[in-house]
Design a binder for this molecule. Structure first.
Ligand code: UD1
Ligand code: UDP
Length: 377
């Protein structure tokens, strides 16, 4: 059986890396990978770390690309590859334009689709935009729906979709476990990471920040920067912010925060370094989907700069809190965590609602036609 995995952005690559590995270990499967190159630098960082050499690279990224330009380049590029590879299954991940366009292209060619990370929903097409639309389109078209949790599987069941639903856990936990293991077991890597982040002051607490959601472009990012500027005045805190390469993010962030004492604006980090930073952080402030899933596994409190989330499990467990993009609210929530030790320790608990590290093996086994025991918390 030919399984063609298609991905193109940083988070898809991190979450598909363990799946690609698990597929290669299946005797009955020929695993083929195609990266779209929706991201270039941030994708290549992940491919290098996990030693993935794609069979195809569509290299579609353009500076400040439009969604339609991107989607059309992905669909046209994949059509040629489908003709060459004749895949039995196209495997996509999550909710990016790469994943949505790849699914449409596969559906137009009557090729079966497997959707990794199926069933996440906010039921608000504007939040996140365009991801809520993308994942629903993919789920309608998919034959195999690999839901990370029971909650996401319940969403799919309620929608009465045609695909087979399997609860697998989220593959991000597979990638995280492997990466934490590499850091823990290799003193040379640890020494390198410590040297790389020797600018961090051990006497100050660390606030790690990431952000990139399209619905926060404009006022949202201005507010986030205002909150960070305010927080940077605290002598007990240092802010580390790997800035996303989207010009709608990097533009205002560099303009408003460059040169501020206590704020380290750094390049997007390769995954190993970012996992190290998450482990060093006292608080994580983010709008990232993947980080919301990883941080509870590391016992780090997360404040999510959004109004809704498709990942309600950690919010319900009390280790992730939605804080929106209001500057005062963000500042207040960070200060509460810094100032109230009992409140902080209620948040800083290690939990694994999103996976057990075996999601990729379940996905590969299912594609190979074997029965799998689902992920259960
Ligand atoms: C994309 C996904 C989003 C995902 C996010 C993860 C869509 C519509 N959006 O958003 O769902 O959560 O990735 O980070 O699929 N750029 C570079 N180099 C890079 C990456 C990006 O220069 O390595 C710049 C380019 O100018 C590019 C722009 O960022 O045109 C936007 O990239 P794009 O993938 O369209 O959107 P993201 O905001 O990254
Ligand atoms: N990440 C990384 N380097 C960074 C910032 C994030 O490797 O500088 C990782 C993070 O650990 C997570 C993923 O990238 O696994 C999240 O990517 P992003 O926030 O871009 O996208 P989202 O998850 O929101 O789709």
């Amino acid at each position: 059986m030919h399984v063609l995995s298609v991905f193109g952005t940083r988070p898809e690559a991190i979450k598909m890396a363990p799946v690609v590995k698990a597929l290669s270990a299946e005797k009955g499967i020929r695993s083929i990978t195609c990266v779209t190159g929706q991201h270039r630098t941030m994708l290549d960082q992940v491919l290098a770390l996990f030693d993935i050499k794609p069979d195809f690279d569509l290299a579609v990224m353009a500076p400040n690309q439009t969604l339609n330009g991107l989607a059309s380049r992905v669909m046209a590029g994949l059509d040629d590859i489908f003709a060459e590879v004749r895949p039995d299954y196209v495997l996509v991940h999550g909710d990016t334009t790469t994943a949505m366009a790849a699914s449409l292209a596969a559906a137009h060619r009557n090729i079966k689709i497997g959707h990794v990370e199926a069933g996440l929903r906010t039921y608000d097409l504007a939040k996140p935009w365009p991801e809520e639309l993308n994942r629903r389109v993919i789920d309608v078209a998919a034959t195999k729906l690999f839901a990370p949790t029971e909650t996401s599987a319940d969403n799919l069941r309620a929608e009465r979709l045609g695909g087979e639903i399997l609860v697998t856990g989220n593959t991000v936990i597979d990638a995280l476990k492997e990466t934490v293991g590499r850091i823990d077991n290799d003193p040379a890597i640890r020494t390198r990471l410590e040297a790389q982040f020797s600018f961090l002051d051990p006497s100050r607490r660390v606030l790690l920040v990431t952000g990139h959601r399209r619905e926060s472009f404009g006022d949202g990012f201005l507010n986030i920067c205002k909150a960070l500027a305010e927080l940077s005045r605290r002598a007990d805190l240092q802010i580390v912010y790997p800035v996303h390469l989207n010009p709608n993010v990097s533009g205002p962030v560099h303009e408003l925060l460059s040169g501020k004492p206590n704020i380290h604006l750094i390049e997007p980090q390769e995954y190993l370094s970012f996992v190290y930073l998450m482990n060093r952080a006292d608080i994580i402030l983010t709008d990232s989907g993947g980080v919301q899933e990883e941080a509870p596994s590391l016992g780090k409190p997360v404040l999510v700069m959004r109004d809704v989330t498709e990942r309600p499990e950690a919010v319900a467990a009390g280790v992730v809190r939605l804080v929106g993009t209001d500057a005062q609210r963000i500042t207040g929530e960070v200060e509460r965590l810094l100032g109230d030790a009992a409140y902080y320790s209620g948040f800083a608990r290690i939990l694994n609602p999103y996976g057990d590290g075996l999601a990729s093996k379940r996905i590969a086994a299912s594609l190979a036609g074997r029965d799998i025991a689902p992920f259960a918390i």
